[in-house]
Design a protein around this ligand. Structure first.
Ligand SMILES: Cc1cc2nc3c(=O)[nH]c(=O)nc-3n(C[C@H](O)[C@H](O)[C@H](O)COP(=O)(O)OP(=O)(O)OC[C@H]3O[C@@H](n4cnc5c(N)ncnc54)[C@H](O)[C@@H]3O)c2cc1C
Length: 485
């Protein structure tokens, strides 16, 4: 019997856990360690953040799903990985602190044969003074944050209804943020709600981003083939901003937030202040606070993890210049090179380099969108790790493991631009591959046949359908595994 321990119950970890039980069967033990009692379908937090969905619609309790499937659930925070065991055991283990109210204050050790790290991001609000719910801006990264964001939005709409002009800022709160697509979605949903409230003429909406061009989305932009013509995500996105009268501040590093003021620096080194009455700025991400120790207790955190806190896997981390990177630098198996029974999937793995061109201002400030690891690739990675573990259990260390590189993987992204069955809209994009491959596709980096974008009401219906489909899948309802990641 093998014991597979999965850290995190988000898109990557939860997908991995369900597939592990299905593919490995009863004779192997599957354990999930995650601090929250509920699953959160994060993409729909955007709609919670404008008051269009409730917390109940985007979450559900994990324990009943795991009980039904025969998966052991520890509601706990993983703090340390001991890949070689310690003086008392030769088995790798994870040290945890229980967050389960029934085991509050308890510490534990969970041994494993295979470990899947799917701990996602640490929301690093602290990187920007004044950023986030403990500072002066709101967030939609968790459902709790999104509820607060909706309340604040309601308040500024009420102020506008009394006839007073309000400044709205939406975007990212640091030069190295990722997830610009989510900030973009929220900006357009906020605009949609303000228009629906009949006060659009009293709102100055500004999108502030580290992207050097609109439509970059941290993936260096896209070239679309549309009705026989080639167009860029830049042109397409600029048109959307013009139509909805949303201003954009591009290539910005947010330095600090003060009450009603975003202080930022641009790539040319100039500094300015954006005033706001309501601001939703996403934080930069880093790896969660986990440490690692060898058998003798020596700290080996820097061996397992990159300086960003994300876990090292089978990628090229040689740090070559941006101009020299190749699609083949990206990981395929998500196995840690030092401890091949450890995998890191979803946001938890360390990307080898930026996809979008990094820039430094004359003051030395880095303005570099980090590569997004969105839902679809995260789910695929989770399943890939389990397929590899299945092969390793069956055939031993020489087994052929599964692979799924982001440079050989497509992704679909539907960015809501306002909800409503009749008046909603969304920008739907698919790209193949996610990480451009300029050797295979010399001019565009991506396949023109498989990279396209479309905006309209149908996109909203798709986004809504995806919401229900992925929650159905995550609840492991009948035939769940037939729904692709
Ligand atoms: C507002 C927003 C909107 C988005 N919209 C979209 C979208 O429309 N489409 C799309 O494809 N992607 C979207 N994304 C990105 C998507 O949410 C991520 O790609 C996805 O959640 C990544 O999955 P993950 O499992 O790596 O991380 P997560 O889903 O964040 O899961 C991480 C898990 O690890 C747990 N954890 C954290 N620390 C520990 C620890 N120490 N020990 C154990 N467990 C731990 C967490 O509690 C959580 O359960 C959006 C993101 C945001 C923030």
């Amino acid at each position: 019997m093998a014991r597979v321990v999965i850290l995190g119950a988000g898109v990557a970890g939860h997908t991995a856990a369900l597939h592990a039980k299905r593919l490995l069967g009863k004779e192997h033990e599957i354990i999930v360690i995650s601090p929250n009692s509920k699953y959160n379908w994060i993409p729909s937090n955007i709609w919670v953040g404008v008051g269009k969905m409730s917390a109940e619609q985007v979450t559900f309790p994990l324990a009943p799903v795991y009980t039904k499937k025969g998966i052991t659930f520890h509601q706990a925070l993983a703090r340390e990985i001991h890949p070689e065991g310690d003086t008392t055991t030769n088995s790798g283990f994870v040290s945890v602190s229980y967050t389960d109210p029934a085991r509050s204050g308890e510490e534990g050790k969970v041994e494993y044969d295979f470990l899947v790290n799917a701990t996602g991001p640490k929301l690093n609000f602290a990187a920007t003074p004044g950023l986030g719910p403990d500072g002066h801006t709101v967030s939609v990264c968790t459902f709790g944050h999104a509820i607060e964001a909706a309340k604040s939005l309601k308040e500024v709409i009420a102020v506008m209804k009394s006839g007073k002009r309000q400044a709205i800022a939406v975007g990212v709160g640091h030069g190295t943020c990722t997830c610009e697509g989510a900030a973009f979605e929220y900006a357009f949903n906020v605009e949609h709600e303000i228009r629906a409230a009949g006060v659009r003429d009293l709102a100055d909406i500004t999108y502030i981003t580290n992207e050097y061009e609109l439509g970059d989305f941290g993936v260096g932009g896209m070239i679309f083939s549309q009705q026989g013509f080639q167009t860029s995500s830049k042109m397409w996105t600029e048109s959307l901003f013009r139509e909805r009268n949303i201003k954009a501040i591009l290539g910005a590093h947010v330095e600090k937030i003060e009450p009603h003021e975003v202080h930022y620096e641009l790539a040319d080194g100039t500094k300015d202040v954006l005033n706001f009455d309501f601001a939703m700025l996403l934080p930069p991400f880093r790896g969660v606070d986990m440490k690692a120790f060898d058998k003798t207790g020596v700290d080996i955190t820097d061996k397992l993890f990159a300086p960003s806190g994300f876990m090292k896997v089978d990628a090229d981390y040689s740090g070559k210049p941006y101009e020299e990177w190749l699609a083949s630098d990206w990981p395929k198996t998500y196995r840690n090179p030092l401890y091949p029974n450890i995998f890191a999937v979803g946001i938890a793995f360390a990307p080898p380099h930026q996809i979008s061109k990094p820039r430094k201002s004359p003051n030395g400030t880095l303005i570099a969108p980090s590569p997004p690891r969105t839902g679809m690739p995260s789910g695929i990675m989770g399943k890939t790790a389990i397929l590899s573990i299945q092969a390793l259990i069956k055939s031993g260390v020489d087994a052929d493991v599964a692979s799924a590189s982001m440079s050989d993987m497509g992704a679909a992204c539907v960015a809501s631009a306002g909800s409503g069955m009749k008046l909603g809209s969304a920008a739907s994009m698919t790209m193949y591959p996610v990480v451009p491959d300029y050797v295979k596709y010399p001019n565009t980096g991506r396949s023109l046949d498989d990279t396209y974008g479309e905006i309209g009401l149908a996109g909203h219906w798709i986004k809504l359908l995806l919401h229900y489909m992925f929650i159905y899948k995550a609840k492991a309802r009948f035939g769940w595994f037939l729904i692709p990641e």
